[in-house]
Design a protein around this ligand. Structure first.
Ligand code: FAD
Ligand code: 2HG
Ligand code: ZN
Length: 471
């Protein structure tokens, strides 16, 4: 393999070829510390031509490549296997914003741009870049597109796929596909862009993208409301959709058990709502008109919700810092779970019409079959997307509990998801974590079609093998 490393140094400066253990270590374990692998080398290319040359060399030597952005993904997609024969290709040096086109309302940027930096750059020019998620300080646009990330603005602006107009991709042969076009219509045959989005580095390496921008809203109002049942929370969503239509930009749900865990680890994060409501809903309205318009609309809808018994309490954030505190409370649940120790994640979508039934039935089954487990259920209710996470019973060793129960717990949840015609991955992807789950739940025809695509685009199986589908 020394020969291969020597060849790499003909296409990439040696300082960007990391082979020492201490240099590679930061790239080998995912954010959750759920997966750790080994790598022959970590490569840090600076442009698409370098990526293409690396891929050509890897193809000639049959070396598998694991593309990597911020390594914040939840499914182990960016972590290499344990063979020590794969290379990690981290895109972080490719972090240039190439252009903001105000007339076209687009931003063209490289894959290694940090999401938060893109939001900030867009805001300076008076634009909103709406993709927003808890990992935005470290995840990268290439990773967001490769996982088709969701987050908290999907119900108004869509997920990463909906925000993308064009891509530049290095193929498994080491060719550069230039699809860097900011077009809102393009029906020239198969949609290659959509094929690469959500493919988690298994079909090509995304090196640049053209993304949509929107006008920055000038007023935003955030409120927390208390609901006694999930059915009332869904009816409340429908009421907001009807009355506020496109002004509704956030609708998140947190159960009492999720918020208790938050308070345990972050005592400053107390729920301002009275009592301990079973369901706390965070709602955000955004507008391009005056503050008064959206504030009045919010108050009118909340009054209607009180009168019809959908909500039992509400607190409207009186300033930006209180609104941020509401959002922090929501986003800290993931961090509280990480503090608490290993847990089992289920990132699922259910049609809203079946969600009430799903939660009631699955909660009951879970508590009967796995007594004492803590159901940390929260998520993007506006999208029907639950993070139906399971923490081991208090006082049990999470490692031992998960080893014994991981498979049956996943199977219980996924069987319920299938019964409700939902999906076992709403926004986090598949990676290596859900490889078996996808095989079991995607459906045979769909799974075979995915394998056919993988074989066609990566016949040597060198791009992130054994992630998403195994061929
Ligand atoms: P990585 O983790 O580095 O990679 C993810 C996958 O994409 C891997 O398979 C990798 O091989 C592939 N990949 C990376 N870059 C490229 C590229 N340039 N070309 C081809 N393939 C590539 N996700 C959500 O959807 N919604 C949320 O609300 C959300 N909240 C989160 C909150 C926290 C605190 C954390 C830690 C994570 C959260 N995530 C969320 C998950 C994660 O942040 C997203 O999946 C994100 O899109 C991953 O980006 P990344 O740059 O870290 O990708
Ligand atoms: C969120 O919505 C993220 O906060 C993380 O997708 C979900 O921790 C999780 O399971
Ligand atoms: Zn989420």
């Amino acid at each position: 393999m020394q020969n291969f490393i020597n060849q790499l140094s003909t296409v990439l400066e040696t300082k960007y070829i990391l082979t020492q253990d201490e240099d590679k270590a930061p790239y080998l374990t995912d954010w959750r510390k759920r997966f750790t692998g080994k790598a022959l080398a970590v490569l840090l290319p600076g442009n698409a031509a370098e990526v293409a040359n690396i891929v050509k060399l890897c193809a000639a030597s049959q070396v598998a490549i694991v593309p990597q952005g911020g390594h914040t993904g939840f499914c182990g997609g960016a972590t290499p296997d344990n063979s020590g024969k794969q290379v990690i290709l981290n895109l972080k040096r490719m972090n240039q914003i190439r252009e903001i086109d105000s007339a076209n309302q687009t931003i063209t940027l490289e894959a290694g741009c940090i999401l938060q930096a893109v939001q900030e750059k867009a805001a300076v020019q008076g634009f909103l870049f709406p993709l927003s998620l808890g990992a935005e300080g470290s995840c990268m646009i290439g990773g967001n597109l490769a996982t088709n990330a969701g987050g908290t603005n999907v119900l108004r602006y869509g997920n990463a796929r909906d925000l993308c107009l064009g891509l530049e991709v290095v193929t498994a042969k080491g060719e550069i596909w230039n699809g860097v076009k900011g077009l809102r219509k393009d029906n020239t045959g198969y949609d290659l862009r959509d094929l690469f989005i959500g493919s988690e580095g298994t079909l090509g390496i995304i090196t640049a993208a053209v993304m949509k921008l929107y006008p920055l809203p000038i007023s935003q109002w955030t409120t927390l409301v208390a609901c006694e049942t999930i059915a009332f929370s869904i009816a409340l969503l429908n009421l907001f959709q009807k009355r506020a239509t496109s002004l509704l930009t956030g609708f998140e749900m947190m159960t009492q058990e999720s918020l208790e865990l938050n308070e345990k680890h972050f005592p400053q994060m107390t729920n301002p709502l009275q009592g301990k409501p079973p369901f706390t809903v965070l709602i955000e309205l955004s507008d391009h008109e005056s503050e008064d318009h959206v504030r009045q609309l919010l108050e009118t809808i909340l009054e209607e919700a009180f009168e019809s018994g959908l909500i039992i309490d509400a607190v409207i954030a009186s300033n930006l810092s209180q609104a941020n505190a509401f959002w922090h409370m929501r986003e800290h649940i993931t961090l509280a779970q990480a503090e608490e120790g290993a847990n089992l994640k289920h990132d699922i979508t259910i049609p809203l019409s079946s969600l009430d039934c799903f939660i009631k039935e699955t909660d009951a089954l879970m508590r009967t079959k796995f007594p004492g487990v803590r159901i940390i259920n929260f998520g993007h209710l506006g999208d029907g997307n639950l993070h139906y996470n399971i923490a081991p019973p208090l006082g049990t060793d999470p490692k031992i509990f998960n080893e014994i129960n991981e498979k049956p717990i996943h199977e219980l949840v996924y069987a319920q998801v299938e019964r409700c015609n939902g999906s076992i991955s709403a926004e986090h992807g598949v990676g290596q974590l859900k490889l078996d789950g996808l095989r079991a739940h995607k459906g045979e025809v769909a799974h075979e079609l995915m394998k056919t695509l993988k074989r066609a685009l990566d016949p040597q199986n060198i791009l992130n093998p054994h992630k998403v589908v195994s061929i």
